[in-house]
Design a protein around this ligand. Structure first.
Ligand code: NAD
Length: 305
């Protein structure tokens, strides 16, 4: 595809590897982030540093956002030195963060009045997917704008699905997060029981992962839990935010979301302990406190016979 001028705002765990892929694909990149470290890293690789979100967007055909929450996206797009101050008519802003669908629709309508396209295009697939360009991307917005932006999204993701009008991408992502959170709870409880009853935890993960109880959470985060590795691929505070959004939508639609509410409370407890920047698998610590039992290989491990 022809070289595009791309602005990228939000160079965290996900944004940095995504921005690197766009550079490697030969696109011109201008980057902005709240902290300087990742900006300097991208500049060393050939990107240009911008001084504000407005400057990031001013000459860009596409401006991509990968920010924490709704308030951050609102500020970066609609704020004083925001993208809206400088984005060219005919250009497209693509928000790949996970935020509220309601906020996305507001931003979409505001930018549309200025002739600027807006897509909500949240992703799933984690930091590994961001590095390898294998993310799944669910897109909401105008179809024609989506088709134009699709080649850019192809650099970042393998499975790209147009879900419908503005907000549909985020709504889909929130459904995904409910599924993520509840299967994580299942994986944690299964490991707690396995540990307390003295089973070999590695074998438990292996055999469950080959049958009907298999989940991405158990297969990928189960070993991390057993190894007490709580480094973040996906930060606990971000999943708490996603579950909060799910509950807000449930409230609006009068939809009971019992499991979501339960896991949200567990994540609140983890964040209250000051551990929100750990990976989501750290929620097992809250369950371990309730159980007075720590998931541990040393307590299990039946002998090979
Ligand atoms: P992160 O906390 O690692 O990174 C966020 C980045 O945004 C940071 O570099 C921060 O400095 C920057 N930032 C925050 N406010 C800013 C502002 N006002 N202006 C400029 N930069 C600002 O988060 P992450 O893990 O990269 O996740 C980003 C988004 O993607 C979140 O919405 C998250 O829920 C979602 N997401 C994360 C994963 C994952 O596995 N980590 C997967 C899918 C989706």
């Amino acid at each position: 595809m022809p070289v595009a001028r791309i602005g990228f705002i939000g160079l965290g765990l996900m944004g940095k590897p995504m921005a690197k892929r766009l550079l490697s694909a030969g696109h011109e990149l201008k980057v902005f982030n709240r902290s300087r470290g990742p900006v300097e890293e991208l500049v060393r690789l050939g990107a240009e540093a911008a001084g504000s979100p407005a400057e990031t967007a001013s000459e860009s055909d596409y401006t991509i956002l990968m920010l924490p929450d709704s308030k951050d996206v609102r500020l970066v797009v609609l704020g004083e030195r925001g993208v809206i101050q400088a984005a060219k008519p005919g250009s497209t802003v693509i928000d790949m963060s996970t935020i509220s669908p309601v906020v996305e629709r507001e931003i979409y309508a505001t930018l549309k009045e200025r002739g600027v396209g807006y897509l909500d295009a949240p992703v799933t697939g984690g930091t590994i997917g961001a590095e390898q360009g294998t993310l799944a991307i669910m897109v909401g917005g105008d179809y024609a704008v989506f088709k134009k932006a699709e080649p850019i999204l192809r650099v970042l993701g393998q499975r790209i699905v147009y879900m419908g009008p503005s907000g549909s991408g985020q709504m889909t992502k929130i459904c995904n997060q409910i599924s993520v959170a509840l299967s994580l709870l299942g994986a944690c409880e299964a490991l707690l029981l396995a540990s307390k009853s003295g089973l070999d935890l590695d074998k438990v993960i292996e055999i469950i992962s080959s049958g009907a109880g298999a989940s991405w959470q158990l297969a990928n985060l189960g070993p991390a839990i057993v190894n007490r590795d709580f480094r973040p691929g996906f930060k606990a505070e971000h999943l708490m935010k996603d579950l909060r959004i799910a509950l807000e939508i449930g409230q609006e639609l009068n939809l009971p979301l019992l499991g979501t509410a339960l896991v949200h409370q567990l994540f609140k407890s983890l964040v209250a302990r000051g551990e929100g920047a750990l990976g989501t698998q750290a929620v097992v610590k809250v369950l371990e406190d309730l159980a007075h039992h720590i998931v541990s290989r040393s307590l299990g491990g039946a002998e090979e016979s």
